[in-house]
Write a protein that binds this ligand. Structure first.
Ligand SMILES: [Zn+2]
Length: 68
């Protein structure tokens, strides 16, 4: 195996790892309302969530809206 093959192999594995992280890693960050609590999320930044109805987005300051 020469240098080019190693580069392609490592690069390919890194790409696969990134794709897996992109699709599955982000999902784990999403809070699950397992206890029936209502989740409020920013309309613009859906990963900003809170169970507090009066909470605002820490990025844009918008009021969080209920997410079904
Ligand atoms: Zn926001």
């Amino acid at each position: 195996m020469d240098t080019a093959e190693i580069f392609v192999t490592v690069g390919g594995m890194a790409l696969i790892g990134f794709v897996l992280w992109f699709f599955f890693g982000q999902r784990e960050e999403t809070p699950v309302a397992a206890n029936g609590a209502v989740i409020y999320a920013c309309p613009m930044h859906s990963w900003i969530t809170s169970t507090d109805p009066a909470a605002t987005c820490s990025i844009c300051g918008m009021k969080l809206v209920r997410r079904d």
